[in-house]
Structure formats: structure tokens, C-alpha cells
Design a protein around this ligand. Structure first.
Ligand SMILES: Nc1ncnc2c1ncn2[C@@H]1O[C@H](COP(=O)(O)OP(=O)(O)OP(=O)(O)O)[C@@H](O)[C@H]1O
Ligand SMILES: [Mg+2]
Length: 248
């Protein structure tokens, strides 16, 4: 197990949003998190690296998040360490308003990275399948790239921190089909090194990129199984209705 939710209940204020969810994710796999809008996917995803700490009304009501042998919400665990090991890519590409080069080096430099920055930039951009397109303009602004390139830059920025896990919340929803296909190919390569959790509304995408799929409905985890089973022989009627497009 690399990350897990154990009997997890999460709330905003006094409203429980995620209810008694248990989910284990093994190393170097891609897990898709699917379910109708508002069912709690992003809320769950953001607890794995404590991004919800920035939401004042957020509360962990009950249960645990584990990252390997660490209880992520225990007082002696440093959230900054967790966010370094468990990186995140958001729905809208959000490069820093600075050069491509600095987008990659900023995080590692404030973390006291002592290696060769040129090498780090090249290897991160290569792993994010962006190097060939930007190698001659590393000093131009990250914001001058296309949306798909910006998203790969954000993936490169996450990779530069040497994460163990990468969380992706609808990483392709702002991208055109060609850019989406590139990101999907990239996820296929990244799985050799990283554990990936991806939220998606695109059923074809879930089927294409993931080995495991977890279906949530109204805050509960209804079914979690290998992706083929979820799409070919779901055990739960709600799962079947959702993947057949009968709701959500
Ligand atoms: N900061 C917040 N404060 C209060 N309620 C929130 C907050 N963020 C989300 N919620 C509520 O929690 C529920 C779950 O939201 P969440 O964003 O986790 O859903 P989701 O499954 O990611 O939906 P989508 O597919 O639309 O992104 C929703 O009812 C939402 O309105
Ligand atoms: Mg969401």
C-alpha cells in the first residue's frame, strides 16, 4: 500500500461529504476516481496530501489517511513533507507567471535541492514529454505555452519535486482532444515510476489510463475494483447505471 483512506469521514462545517470511505492504492498503479458531480471526489483526493488544510470549514471527522507508514493527519507529520511526496496536478493548468525553467526549479530550490538544476529541468521536462517542444525557450514564460503544454509543464513541476504519488484532478478537462491524448500517453509512462490517482468525468479516459477504478456516489465509495471489471461487469447497480450514462 502506498496511500490509503481508512474508514474516512470528511466534512465541511457540520455537513459530512465523504462517508466512511476505505480505499487502498498500491505502488505504481493508476487508479481512476469516478462519480457524479458533487459526490466528493475532489474532497477525498485533496486529503491525500492535506490540500484541504487551506479550506477553513474542512474537518476530518473520523478515520485516517495513511501515506505508507505515516498517519497523514497526525500532529507529528509535516504537511509540507507530505505534499512533497504526494504531488498534485489541477484541473486548470496553473504555471507560475515566470519562465519555464523557473517553474521547474522554484520548488526544489526552496526545498534546498543541491543537485544540478539544468539537469533537473531537462529530466523533469523529458519525463513530462515536453522537453523537445521547449528546450530552445526555457527562459520564456510558462504562460506563453498552449494549454496542453502548460499542463505538461505542471506535471513536470510536480515531477521535479521527486514525488512518490501524483494526484490529478480532472487534468484534461480544460484541454482539446489532441492534448488530452498526449497527457493520457504520458500517464501511461509515468505509472512506471509513480503511483497515480486521477479524478475524471471521462469514462473512456478512465478505461484507457487506469488499472483500478473507484466509483463514488453521494460521498460513499460504492465499488472499487480492477478497471475492466468495473466497466465490463460492475457488481453494483449504481455503478452500472453511472458508467452506462444513465445519470451524472
Ligand atoms: N470549500 C467548500 N465548502 C463547503 N462545501 C464544499 C466545499 N468544497 C466542496 N464542497 C461541497 O462538497 C461536496 C463535494 O464536493 P467535491 O468538490 O468534492 O465534489 P466532486 O465529486 O469533486 O465534484 P465535481 O465532479 O463537480 O468536481 C459538494 O456538495 C460541494 O458543494
Ligand atoms: Mg471535483
Amino acid at each position: 500500500m502506498v496511500i490509503a483512506a481508512q474508514d474516512l469521514t470528511l466534512a465541511y462545517g457540520d455537513k459530512n461529504i465523504v462517508k466512511k470511505v476505505s480505499l487502498e492504492v498500491g505502488p505504481r498503479t493508476v487508479t481512476a476516481l469516478i462519480g457524479p458531480s458533487g459526490c466528493g471526489k475532489s474532497t477525498l483526493l485533496r486529503t491525500f496530501n492535506r490540500m484541504n488544510d487551506f479550506v477553513p470549514s474542512f474537518r476530518l471527522v473520523d478515520g485516517k489517511i495513511m501515506y505508507r507508514d505515516l498517519n497523514v493527519y497526525s500532529g507529528d507529520v509535516d504537511p509540507v513533507f507530505i505534499r512533497r511526496r504526494v504531488g498534485m496536478v489541477f484541473q486548470k493548468p496553473n504555471p507560475f507567471p515566470s519562465s519555464i525553467y523557473k517553474n521547474i526549479t522554484w520548488g526544489p530550490s526552496i526545498n534546498g535541492y543541491t543537485g544540478d538544476f539544468d539537469q533537473l529541468v531537462e529530466s523533469s521536462l523529458r519525463r513530462a514529454a515536453l522537453w523537445d517542444e521547449v528546450k530552445d525557450k526555457l527562459n520564456s514564460s510558462g504562460l506563453a505555452l498552449s494549454g496542453g503544454q502548460q499542463q505538461r509543464l505542471c506535471i513536470a513541476r510536480a515531477i521535479a519535486m521527486d514525488p512518490d504519488v501524483i494526484l490529478m484532478d480532472e487534468p484534461c478537462s480544460a484541454l482539446d482532444p489532441a492534448s488530452t491524448a498526449r497527457i493520457e500517453d504520458l500517464i501511461g509512462e509515468l505509472r512506471e515510476r509513480y503511483t497515480i490517482l486521477i479524478v475524471t468525468h471521462n469514462m473512456q479516459q478512465a478505461a484507457r489510463v487506469s488499472e483500478h477504478t473507484a466509483f463514488m456516489f453521494q460521498g460513499e465509495l460504492i465499488e472499487h475494483a480492477v478497471t475492466k471489471q468495473i466497466f465490463n461487469a460492475p457488481k453494483h447497480k449504481l455503478t452500472e447505471d453511472y458508467i452506462m450514462g444513465r445519470f451524472g
